[in-house]
Design a protein around this ligand. Structure first.
Ligand code: FPP
Ligand code: MG
Length: 343
């Protein structure tokens, strides 16, 4: 197979085309999109405008796609899909979007998906309320599923999102954070919502326990891998594609896998990096440039690629208990897409 240099600096297979992978759920994704757009209608034209700003900016819709693929891959026969699964996909995207609206308030971000954030264009107070309104819409969708186990799973997700954000806040500029805490934060912040969708879909299908457990494992490991790649892209991605400068997380004191690998190894490089972070020199242009070059020279990026691959392999392994189908193939292909994505 022909290989090329990936964004993460190692030879990999050509990037998987996400559109091809989503082909088996193309129609259902359009229905989800219509549902999301119909949520934009409100008695108040002002609220309607706010909601439009949030949704019309787009997004990859990867979380609803995973719900739909999990639903189709675990259906009997594979491919059958009920209305409840569409609602599950919609509510998963509503929760994701709501959390981003709140995250932009916490980060004082001005741009999201190439558009001005609600907090920037209007106010932080309005952004908090719009986020809450989206969470409320998600709760209404959740009630329509009439499944207490799924309600419990999503209740846990809301708590996890908050716990992840709090952990991240409290660990800023902390070079003593261990890998366990880093992975736990990634589960709370990202993987919990991925896993909720892939886990809930077979529950709604009434699938065998073996399939339900496998799809939870898949979502959890894929979500951790997604966050590790996100953390890596912060170092290697282009400013144009990510909308932020290289090393922007570390310059704000967010110590992620690339830095953790170097810090964990000890020695002169670790001591120097620790000094740059704890004295907050990372917030300066020279400081961040020096930190990045220490991380690059001491294999922080290559070890992070390896870590992402380990979680990708676990996600892929989980799928093996499912019957073979185009939907399982897409779930498998999404693992490759994730490892080669550039934004
Ligand atoms: C993006 O992180 C943010 C998240 C993955 C989740 C944020 C969660 C909250 C703010 C809590 C939500 C509140 C409730 C009530 C459940 P990032 O800043 O690393 O990514 P970015 O670069 O896309 O901003
Ligand atoms: Mg943010």
């Amino acid at each position: 197979m022909i290989t090329k240099q990936s964004s993460i600096g190692t030879p990999v297979a050509p990037p998987a085309d996400l559109n091809n992978l989503l082909e088996p759920i193309k129609e259902e994704l359009q229905i989800v999109e219509q549902w999301l757009v119909s949520n934009l209608v409100d008695d108040s034209p002002f609220i309607e405008e706010l909601l439009q700003q949030v949704f019309k900016a787009g997004g990859k819709r990867i979380r609803p796609a995973l719900c739909l693929l999990s639903a189709k891959a675990t259906a009997n026969p594979p491919g059958k899909l009920g209305r409840l699964q569409i609602i599950l996909a919609v509510l998963t995207e509503l929760i994701h979007t709501a959390s981003l609206v709140h995250d932009d308030v916490i980060d004082s971000a001005s741009l999201r998906r190439g558009q001005e954030t609600v907090n920037r264009r209007w106010s932080e107070k309005l952004a908090v309320l719009i986020g809450d309104l989206l969470f409320a819409q998600a709760s209404v969708c959740l009630s329509r599923l009439m499944n207490p186990v799924v309600v419990g799973i999503y209740g846990q997700v809301l708590g996890d999102l908050c716990a992840g954000e709090i952990r991240q806040m409290r660990q800023q500029f902390n070079t003593a954070m261990d890998f366990e805490a880093y992975i736990q934060k990634s589960v709370w912040k990202t993987a919990s919502l991925f896993a909720a969708g892939t886990h809930a879909a077979p529950i709604l299908n009434g699938s065998p326990d073996e399939h339900i457990i496998a799809m939870k494992e898949y979502g959890l490991n894929l979500g951790i891998c997604f966050q590790i790649v996100d953390d890596l892209l912060d170092y290697t991605g282009s400013t144009e594609k990510l909308g932020k400068a290289a090393g922007s997380d570390l310059s704000q004191g967010l110590v992620t896998a690339p830095a953790l690998f170097v810090l964990r190894r000890g020695g002169e490089a670790a001591r120097k990096l620790e000094d740059i972070i704890t004295t907050r020199q990372v917030a300066t242009p020279q400081g961040i440039a020096e930190a990045i070059s220490i991380i690059e020279a001491n294999d922080g990026l290559t070890e992070t690629v390896q870590l992402a691959r380990e979680y990708a392999a676990k996600a892929r392994q989980a799928l093996t208990v499912l019957p073979s189908s185009p939907y399982r193939e897409s779930l498998d292909g999404i693992v490759d897409w994730l490892l080669t994505r550039t934004n």
